[in-house]
Design a protein around this ligand. Structure first.
Ligand SMILES: C[C@@](CO)(OP(=O)(O)O)[C@H](O)COP(=O)(O)OP(=O)(O)OC[C@H]1O[C@@H](n2ccc(N)nc2=O)[C@H](O)[C@@H]1O
Ligand SMILES: Nc1ncnc2c1ncn2[C@@H]1O[C@H](COP(=O)(O)OP(=O)(O)O)[C@@H](O)[C@H]1O
Length: 274
């Protein structure tokens, strides 16, 4: 049996710089991954099947699950028994489905001994980034990936107010489509505090429309900013927000425990930035 993790994707910045004639938006985003995620297992079988368990499994066992789409994309007609343990909230701006698709591609390429395809964008705009799986700058509609040098070490806390947010609805609600990109050459951040200070001068252009559709996001950001984090923002199209902490292995977990006690309806998970 082969096991692969599907780490949460976090957009530390998300600049929407334009819109193509097919409606897809041009992005400029700094993306990292966390050691918080879903898990995929794959083993030999006489058919192709998917079982989903875990806290956010509800409603995901359909044929349109991105894991099954990835399996058919990699090996039409091939067979495997796949399980997905769904720990990440669904439709929450941390690319859970895309991360699952990327983990399924990795697991099945090992099981079936076939190479990973070069171009996986047909599975979703975030899938190329999730296949890369390390800090990156994402441009185009998500298809242009530039690896980033090692970032300062950071701990991270992810918090979702229990509201699912539709990515297409947020893009649709975005009124101004052309915002400035990040600087062409990104700085060489010497430490976590300097990196956090730089992030505070960047943007997530989807935050305003997301907050209009899901006002709970504002409460999450306020709560995170009241912790001793270095920086807090919203990931992707929301509603999950992140807070970055010094990598002491303690502060992010302490904030998570406090938030879980105060607002048990919110999902909160602490870990490291990978
Ligand atoms: C916004 C981002 C930022 O990383 O993340 P999430 O909030 O989904 O996590 C991604 O671009 C989401 O990627 P992904 O969720 O794979 O998107 P897709 O399934 O390909 O597209 C869903 C819908 O989002 C819109 N879309 C997506 C990507 C893009 N560059 N422009 C768009 O306009 C389109 O309306 C599209 O039909
Ligand atoms: N394995 C999967 N995990 C989560 N969502 C999935 C999966 N497969 C298909 N989906 C569908 O994809 C949509 C987007 O989910 P998700 O990838 O979690 O969003 P986001 O990228 O905003 O975090 C959901 O509405 C869900 O129905």
């Amino acid at each position: 049996m082969i096991t692969e993790t599907a780490p949460a994707k976090i957009n530390l910045t998300l600049h929407v710089t334009g819109q193509r004639s097919d409606g897809y938006h041009l992005l400029d985003s700094l993306v990292v991954f966390a050691d918080i995620g879903d898990q995929i297992t794959a083993s030999p079988a006489s058919g192709l099947s998917l079982r989903v368990d875990g806290p956010f499994a509800a409603g995901l066992e359909g044929d349109d699950n991105l894991v099954l789409q990835a399996a058919r994309f990699l090996g039409p007609q091939r067979k495997a028994r796949i399980t997905l343990t769904k720990n990440l909230p669904v439709a929450s701006g941390i690319g859970g489905g895309s991360a699952d698709a990327a983990a399924a591609l990795r697991a099945l390429s090992r099981l079936w001994d076939v190479p990973l395809p070069q171009d996986v964008a047909a599975l979703g705009a975030d899938v190329p980034a999730c296949v890369h799986g390390k800090p990156l700058r994402l441009q185009g509609i998500g298809d242009r990936i530039s690896p980033l040098p090692t970032l300062p070490a950071l701990d991270i806390l992810l918090v979702n107010p229990g509201v699912s947010v539709s990515t297409p609805a947020i893009f649709k609600a975005l009124t101004q489509k052309a915002h400035p990109p990040m600087p062409e050459v990104l700085p060489d951040w010497p430490d976590a505090a300097n990196f956090a200070g730089w992030l505070a001068r960047q943007r997530n252009d989807l935050a305003a429309p997301a907050m209009q559709l899901a006002p709970e996001i504002d409460a999450v950001l306020h709560r995170l900013r009241a912790s001793n984090c270095l920086f807090a923002g919203m990931s992707g199209s929301g509603a999950t927000c992140f807070a970055l902490f010094l990598p002491d292995g303690y502060s992010a977990k302490a904030a998570q425990a406090q938030i879980a006690a105060e607002t048990p309806d919110w999902w909160a998970a602490a870990g490291k930035v990978n």
